[in-house]
Design a protein around this ligand. Structure first.
Ligand SMILES: O=C(O)CCC(=O)C(=O)O
Ligand SMILES: [Fe+2]
Length: 333
């Protein structure tokens, strides 16, 4: 595993099994999370509480869905998200169309009752499987939120209190990249940063995920039963740049089909996002970003979306966070 350029963090000290972890082990986990979030903005977790069988079931269900003939899948396409949804339907459609051109498919789902309830109801028992997947991700996301809170040195539970509306978590997407005999790299997911607090990502063992560091794409090789956690734009802003939202992409270079499933920890669309006062006023750190609402941010993401199929074209990616960056700042006395 020498090629890992990111930490693989064992969360067993936080398992609910009695006596699982002593305070020292827990502190070490938090210290490593802090290091990872401020460096690359990405880390892997193992012993995260989702049973291995549940991880395989999720990927198997996605495989079952994508395997169906196109005309069947089209019939199952969920109704458009409502107009008031934080993520306009156009975004989803556009991404789907562009990915389809590139031999990939995706669909986006969200839980029952959320602003955009878009679970496909077919194939049989699919919805049930997705709801179970959602519940599993949600429990692990809750733990991650607590750990990120502590890694930022915030008062206990502050991020949970700030982001108190659980209706806005969403399963960002199930992705499917078809096998290709072509040995040249093809883009599966365009370079992007996630416009959320953080993402939990389940991947199969095919590989292809890469993140950007110092202008170089670094592969995130698969680690069995792990989940990827990557910091999103909103956490970068709330943390006043202490944590880094990571640019990433997926290249398909495998003769095997690839499946992945991303769970986004979102923010309520009515929530004002700006560097947390606990970080700025308490420790007298000047805010590095001006505030915004998530909906406005997402519209900018869409407006600046510039997909490129060329894996050498590093940018295609427009960093919307920069739009909100305040001019060079000085630390107040
Ligand atoms: O499929 C992957 O590995 C990454 C997917 C992703 O970046 C996303 O859904 O935001
Ligand atoms: Fe992503």
């Amino acid at each position: 595993m020498a090629d890992h350029d990111f930490p693989v963090i064992d969360l067993s000290p936080f398992s609910t099994t009695p006596g699982a972890g002593d305070a020292k082990k827990k502190e070490e986990v938090i210290r490593r999370i802090r290091g990872a979030c401020s460096a690359s903005g990405l880390f892997l977790i193992v012993n995260h509480g989702i049973p291995m069988a549940a991880l395989s079931d999720t990927l198997a269900a996605a495989c079952e869905y994508f395997d169906r003939p196109a005309e069947e899948k089209l019939k199952w396409v969920p109704p458009p998200a409502d107009a008031a949804s934080a993520i306009p339907t156009g975004y989803v459609n556009r991404a789907a169309v562009e990915l389809a051109r590139n031999n990939s498919e995706m669909f986006v789902i969200a839980p029952t009752g959320s602003a955009s309830n878009v679970y496909p109801t077919e194939p049989p028992r699919f919805r049930e499987k997705m709801e179970r997947t959602f519940g599993n991700f949600q429990r692990t996301a809750k733990l991650i939120m607590t750990l990120l809170n502590d890694a930022l040195g915030l008062p206990p539970d502050l991020l949970h209190q700030y982001n108190d509306n659980k209706q806005c978590d969403r399963m960002i997407g199930h992705h499917y990249f078809k096998a290709t005999a072509d040995t040249k790299k093809m883009i599966g997911s365009y370079p992007h940063k996630d416009a959320n607090l953080f993402t939990l990502l389940l991947r199969d063992d095919v590989g292809g995920l890469e993140f950007l560091r110092n202008g170089q794409w670094i592969p995130v090789s698969p680690v069995p039963h792990s989940l990827v956690v990557n910091v999103g734009d909103f956490l970068q802003v709330l943390s006043n740049n202490e944590f880094n939202s990571v640019a990433h992409r997926v290249v398909s270079l495998s003769e095997k089909d690839r499946y992945s499933c991303a769970f986004g920890c979102q923010i309520d669309r009515d929530k004002w996002i700006e560097p947390l006062a606990e970080l700025t006023s308490w420790i007298k750190m000047a805010p590095k970003f001006k505030g915004f609402y998530p909906g406005e941010f997402l519209h900018l993401v869409i407006a600046s979306y510039k997909p490129s199929l060329d894996p050498n074209d590093t940018f295609a990616l427009i960093d919307v966070v920069n739009h909100y960056a305040l001019p060079p700042w000085t630390t107040p006395n």
